[in-house]
Write a protein that binds this ligand. Structure first.
Ligand code: GLY
Ligand code: MN
Ligand code: MN
Length: 362
């Protein structure tokens, strides 16, 4: 069985619990995950024993090549093709992705539904949330290999560029050198716009690189990632040019201790909240609890932020096969900040670190 056929079967195994006899998949990354088709328009229509990829003339040939597990239907217009498909497969309860469908698209679903109902076929539209996303939280071996490649690219690009940073470089110049290095290593793109926050800008967790010049001794937070065959890496390192200040050493040490504690102690069966607390307890104990405002981490794969969520108040359990970031940070307004981020996979109940970019040691 192909990896894709296995993913389709996993989705079908949820149908009974969802109370549907077919799913219409509209989200770009879910469509790619469940079919292999990387085009940016199209619908997957999946029943217990059939799989149809409906797309327009721009993509039908590509879809035929990339999605051999599907019958490819060429469609035009809006959803005028849907009633015939529903009738062909006798679908009575159609699941759709409520977390992706716009109000406008839902209205169009309703028009299509009405058309089927007027033809005397009863149809219920069943909203579902997080179903393919839940499957995507677990990476198969093909996915792990692609994710590892995207991580390796970011690791190498960081190591290469970190060596070149000097006082007087702007954040933008560093970000550009990272972008060039990531592309030269074979990435199709960045996985998100690179964050380079220096000095007080490092206190803004998602500062975008700008024209500020690097000064000696201040913290520089670099958060970057590569996209390789769809898979995204996400890496943060904090560096300093020249002598480190005492405050930097204390903050850095605390963040590193929090990160290493979480990596060593996180286990399958813990909730996202349990995992978040492993690092948070270290930071609170050091007196910086209010300066760690974001969550510990998030899943990473076809999207840079996806399930599982590793955050306080998340009761969902972490399980073997899941990949996620561990990225504590401390941010002190007007001074700067430190964040350190790695991607891990849970295997045999424990975390295996996939990122290997160097970290400064104090
Ligand atoms: N790059 C944003 C994050 O680390 O989640
Ligand atoms: Mn990041
Ligand atoms: Mn992240």
């Amino acid at each position: 069985m192909s990896a894709i056929a296995g993913r389709i079967d996993n989705l079908r195994s949820k149908f009974e619990e969802l109370g549907v006899d077919a799913m219409l998949v509209t989200d770009d990354e879910n469509r790619r995950y469940l079919s292999g088709f990387v085009g940016t328009a199209g619908y997957l229509f999946i029943t217990q024993d059939s799989a149809v990829l409906a797309t327009d003339s721009r993509y039908t040939e590509q879809a035929g090549n990339q999605a051999p597990d599907y019958r490819v239907d060429r469609i035009t217009g809006r959803l005028d093709w849907l009633p015939a498909l529903l009738a062909e497969f006798g679908v009575k309860r159609l699941g759709f992705e409520a977390d992706n469908v716009t109000v406008q698209l839902l209205d169009r679903f309703k028009v299509a539904t009405t058309e089927v109902e007027n033809g005397a076929v009863e149809l219920d539209l069943v909203p579902t949330t997080g179903v393919p996303l839940g499957l995507r939280a677990f990476k198969d071996s093909d996915e792990l290999a692609l994710l590892q490649r995207s991580i390796d690219i970011a690791d190498h690009a960081f190591a290469e560029v970190a060596k070149t940073i000097v006082v007087g470089d702007t954040e933008d110049e560093i970000a550009w050198r990272i972008e060039v290095a990531v592309r030269e290593q074979g990435a199709e793109s960045l996985s998100f716009p690179t964050i380079v926050g220096s000095g007080p800008n490092a206190a803004l967790p998602h500062h975008r690189a700008g024209d500020r010049k690097i000064q000696e001794g201040e913290s520089i937070v670099i958060d970057m990632g590569a996209r390789y065959q769809g898979y995204c890496s996400d890496l943060t390192r904090t560096v300093v040019v020249g002598e480190q200040e005492d405050q930097f050493k204390k903050v850095y040490d605390t963040v590193l201790a929090a990160q290493l504690t979480a990596i060593e102690s996180v286990e399958a069966g813990m909730t996202g909240a349990d995992a978040d607390n492993l690092a948070r307890a270290v930071i609170v104990e050091a007196g910086y609890g209010d300066e760690f405002g974001h969550s510990l981490g998030h899943g990473v794969g076809l999207e840079v932020h996806e399930a599982p969520w590793v955050a306080s108040r998340v009761g969902t359990k972490l399980e073997d096969g899941m990949t996620f970031t561990i990225e504590p940070g401390i941010y002190i307004s007007g001074w700067g900040g430190v964040r350190i981020e790695d991607v891990v996979v849970l295997e045999n109940g424990k975390a295996r670190v996939l990122s290997h970019a160097p970290k400064i040691e104090i």
